[in-house]
Each structure stands twice: as C-alpha cells, then as structure tokens.
Design a binder for this molecule. Structure first.
Ligand code: FAD
Length: 419
C-alpha cells in the first residue's frame, strides 16, 4: 500500500486544478508546492478568458475570489503604425469579458479550492523521484522525506524537475524565433475610458501591452525578439523603464504613476511539448506543453490539460483502461485541441516580431485585420470556441478583402465631405 494514490508536484494552475479534480473524485492526493502560498509565480503577466473560467467553474473555484476587485475587460485594442483594430471579447457561457488577473490571488484561490479535498503542503520542494524498478513510485523532498504514490505528476512548470528526473522526451520544439518579456505593475496610471487591454508596437520586433488589473493597477509588459531585449545583468528595472519612457504615449500613461513591483520577466521563452508520461509518472500544464505567451493561452492550456489528465487517471484507477492506454488517450486529446493554437501562436510570433509582411501585402493585411468578421473569429479563437486553423476560410478571406477597400473608400469620402 503506497502512501497516496497520486502525488502532484507544483501547486499553481495545472497542479492545483488537477489535485482538486482528483480529490473531489475521492482519490488520496498529496499536493506539494515549493513556494509558500500566496505568492507570485516566476513570471506571468496574465490575461484569462471565459474558456479558463468555465473550467474553473467545474471544480467550484470562486470567481469572486480569484478575480476579487479585478476589472472586467471587454475590449482589446491593437495599434501599430498605420493600423488600429478593436475587438470586443465574445460571449461564452454568459461571460463577455477577460481579466488581467493578479496571479498571486488567482493561484491562492485555486490552491484553497484544492486544499478542501486533498492534503496540500506548501514550502516543500521535491528534489528527486523514488523508483520501484523501472517505475516511478514516489518523491523525495528537500527535508529528506520519502513519500510513495501509485503515480507522480509533474505540474512543476517550464523547467520541470520531474521531466528532467524521468528523462521526458521533447517534441515540436521551436526555438528559431526566440522572444523575451519584461513586465511590472503600476498604480496611479492614467485611466482608460473603460477597462482595456491595449497592445501596440512602434518599432518592428518589440510590442507593448497595457492591461487594467486588480486593485486599480495596470500591468505594462514588453515582449520582443530576445536580441532586442537584453538588459545588462542586474539592470532589468532601468532597462524596462527606459524603454517605456521612450514612448510618448506610454510616458503619458505612467506620468505621476508608481511602479509597485519589481520588473519580472523571462528570456528565450520555450515552445515545446514533452512526453505525456511513462511508468508511474505524467506531466501536466507548462511542464508538458509550453509556448510563447503572445496569445495569453498558457493558463487555459494548464487547466485544460489538468482536466484531461484527471479523466485519464480516473479511468485507469477505475480499471477502465491500462495506464499506457490512459496516457495515450490523454496525449491524443491534448494534442488534438492544443496543436492548432500552438501553430497559430508560433506563426503570430514570426509575423509580428520577426518577419513583417512585404510592402505590397501591407494593405491587404490591414483589410483583413480591420475586418469586423475576422476580428470576431479571432475573438472566438482566443476564447477557444473555434480551433485556430478554422479562423479564416477562403470565403471569409474573400469577403474581408472586398470589404476592406469599401471601408477605405467610405473613410476617404467621409473625410472629403468634412473639408
Ligand atoms: C512572461 C509570461 C507571461 C505570460 N502571460 C500569460 C497570459 O497572459 N495568459 C496566460 O494564460 N498565460 C500566460 N503565461 C503562461 C502561464 O503563466 C503558464 O502557462 C502557467 O503559469 C502554467 O501553469 P503551471 O501550473 O503549469 O505552471 P507554473 O505556474 O509555472 O507553476 C509551477 C509550480 O511548480 C512549483 N515547483 C517547481 N519545481 C518544484 C519542485 N521541485 N517541488 C515543488 N514545487 C515545484 C513552482 O514553485 C510553481 O509554483 C505567461 C507566461 C510568461 C512566462
């Protein structure tokens, strides 16, 4: 008899929601987290959509707790030289908004939800796995404790110790367009007319994102090609502020505001899938599949993979499938649902930060991006209501390319009539 049915290593979105699902189904689960909760994760400047909230509803996580005092963002603006677009967040299950959440508050709410049905211990780092022959059979903690379980789950993020200890293979690794992000939270910044996520870029290769967040703060993030965002060691704060203050628009937004957090960030953000699992172990969340945050889909994927893995574990535990079959079904379900979005995100990194559209294509691209139907489809993709490979159909594209010149003409006539 092992100590637990399942040990989950890592107690943030993937680990906490997986543990909650398994605990609610009656399994004996131990959830271990190295950090003390509540606390901020390593790096994440996150927006969440209704697609994520719907999965959180399923485990009884309270929106009033994870999004306490956080404004509902209903519009996303995008401004680059010569082009502005506006997208209203599409409705899903009655929610027509997103949140730029406070990750410490969000993660704590999920941790508390899990704690109701599982044993959750924070401040405990796992340092190794225990083996029973070829099979993983438990973990060793930094205090030297040895704890056994039928299966050990690595929900321990991008740099997963569990993945390293079991030698998990990596697939679909994309590192040819490396990006970095730096961000901080500000209080007292100039308010927008309504809660907003505003993305804009001026020089190609670097983009800025300003979002209304919890407790009257704004998060301001800079994402760009890694080679363009290289602060000197120990100078991230100065580097970030000097970039922000260079922009008249951003400088105006933060005029009189106070930066209330250190600048956090990540260099050379990884894009990959790992092996889903093996004898006595499995991976979930970023440990399993990680990607560039340009589309803000990491949290959805973390709680989505947690749901799929919970189903696989329960099928195995209830004898409906062998462990290998359950793992294969988990991997297939996740790939089917996440791969189109992954490809689309990688493509967006390439076209928005690395390889601009050639001059002849810029006007048609503008027609496409400013087309209300295209924007609506894009919103449905971000809220995971349609797959990324179904956003544009030939008919939609043709329609957008016909409507674009008509919009330009109407704008021109409007301007002339006001002269
Ligand atoms: C700069 C940046 C911006 C982002 N912005 C967005 C966004 O806008 N929207 C979005 O949806 N996603 C965003 N993401 C992605 C999102 O942050 C991740 O996808 C999400 O945090 C993954 O959750 P997770 O639970 O898998 O891993 P994590 O949140 O990384 O949690 C892993 C946990 O495991 C713990 N751990 C690690 N090793 C051990 C150990 N040995 N023992 C015990 N515990 C351990 C860690 O302490 C950590 O708490 C962003 C990511 C980055 C880097």
């Amino acid at each position: 008899m092992r100590d637990y049915d399942v040990i989950v290593v890592g107690g943030r979105p993937a680990g906490a929601t997986l543990a909650a699902r398994l605990g609610q189904a009656g399994l004996r689960v131990l959830l271990l987290e190295r950090a003390t909760m509540p606390s901020l994760p390593g790096a994440s400047s996150p927006i969440i959509y209704a697609s994520t909230m719907r999965l959180l509803d399923e485990i009884g996580a309270e929106e009033t707790a994870y999004a306490h005092n956080t404004p509902k963002i209903r519009r996303m603006l995008n401004a680059t030289p010569g082009m502005q677009t506006e997208m209203r967040i599409p409705r899903l299950d009655g929610r027509d908004y997103a949140y730029a959440i406070d990750r410490a508050r969000f993660d704590a709410a999920l941790w508390n939800t899990a704690s109701q049905t599982v044993e959750a211990r924070d401040g405990v780092a796992v340092t190794d796995v225990l083996r029973d022959g070829q099979r993983v059979a438990g973990v060793v903690t930094s205090a030297g404790e040895q704890i056994t379980a039928d299966v050990v789950i690595g929900a321990d993020g991008r740099f997963s110790l569990i993945a390293r200890k079991v030698g998990a293979a990596e697939y679909d690794v994309h590192d040819q367009y490396p990006t970095s992000i730096y961000y901080a939270y500000w209080r007292g910044a100039k308010p927008f007319a309504e809660p907003t996520a505003l993305a804009f870029g001026q020089e190609f290769g670097v983009g800025y994102l300003v979002m209304d967040s919890a407790d009257d703060t704004k998060v301001i993030a800079i994402e760009g090609r890694t080679e363009l965002l290289e602060p000197e060691p120990g100078k991230a704060n100065q580097f970030y502020e000097s970039l922000i203050r260079q922009h008249a628009f951003l400088a105006e937004i933060i005029d009189g505001a106070e930066r209330i957090t250190e600048v956090r960030g990540m260099r050379r953000i990884g894009n990959l899938y790992r092996q889903a699992g093996g004898a006595g172990w499995a991976l979930v969340g970023d440990a399993y599949h990680q990607k560039d945050p340009i589309d803000g889909q990491g949290l959805y994927d973390a709680v989505f993979t947690a749901k799929q893995l919970a189903e696989a574990i329960l099928e195995w535990k209830h004898g409906a499938k062998l462990w290998g079959e359950a793992l294969a079904a988990y991997d297939a379900a996740v790939r089917r649902h996440t791969y189109p979005m992954y490809s689309s995100t990688l493509e967006r990194v390439r076209t928005s930060l690395y390889e601009p559209a050639p001059a002849w294509a810029q006007t048609p691209v503008r027609w496409l991006l400013q087309d209300p139907l295209t924007m609506e489809r894009f919103g449905l993709m971000l809220t995971r209501q349609i797959d990324a490979d179904r956003v544009m159909t030939p008919t939609l594209m043709l329609g957008a390319l016909l409507r674009g010149p008509l919009r330009d003409l109407s704008r021109f006539l409007d301007k002339e009539s006001k002269r």
